[in-house]
Write a protein that binds this ligand. Structure first.
Ligand code: AR6
Length: 172
């Protein structure tokens, strides 16, 4: 399994089969990651999303990617920090459900943004622990997935992910 962390934009991941959307319950375009993904994919994405909405915190659904350079978009609803509980479990479910969809659809590469850590207010340092704990728990069950990329918007998030990746690679 190749695990990569980069600073960048989730809509510019040309080498990746499926990108993950930090969605809202109604799978509307919205702001943040969701706004960027819907803008780049075009209006057909929302057309496909409409039939799959609403989704609950921790759930994930898959669509085509239309004008994006990827094959699929996996839409996850992260928990709103302080409101949707238990938040750790719900955030972990976003990642494990995304991995499950990759296996079901024979997807070999996926890119994640830092789900819930923007508008939904999840502290980035707490979120990154949930992300890597989930990854470590699931990694042995993944057969089709060969590459996991974390795409961070800020330098500080990039540093958090780099530090965690070093930690787990020392143990691998
Ligand atoms: N590429 C990568 N990361 C990004 C991008 C991008 N283009 N844009 C923002 N980020 P958020 P949430 C970072 O707010 O917290 C939306 O309005 C951002 O800096 O997109 O799960 C939806 O419609 C932050 O670190 O997702 C929902 O209503 C992280 O990605 C709600 O926000 C997540 O930020 C979802 O909130």
């Amino acid at each position: 399994m190749e695990i990569e962390v980069v600073r960048g934009d989730i809509i510019a991941q040309k080498d990746i089969e499926a990108i993950v959307n930090a969605a809202n319950a109604n799978l509307f375009p919205g702001g943040g990651v969701a706004g960027a993904i819907h803008k780049a994919a075009g209006s057909q994405l929302y057309e496909e999303c409409r039939s799959l909405a609403p989704i609950l915190p921790g759930e994930a659904v898959i669509t085509r990617a239309f004008d994006l350079p990827n094959k699929f978009v996996i839409h996850c609803l992260g928990p709103v920090y302080g409101k949707d509980k238990p938040e750790e479990e719900l955030l972990a479910s976003c990642y494990s459900n995304s991995f499950r969809l990759c296996e079901e659809n024979k997807i070999s590469s996926i890119a994640f943004p830092a789900i819930s850590t923007g508008i939904f207010g999840y502290p980035p340092k707490e979120a990154v622990s949930v992300v890597f704990n989930t990854l470590l728990k699931e990694i042995k069950t993944l057969k089709h997935l060969k590459k996991i990329k974390f795409v961070l918007f800020s330098e500080s998030d990039l540093r958090l992910y780099e530090a965690k990746l070093k930690e787990i690679e020392a143990d691998r």
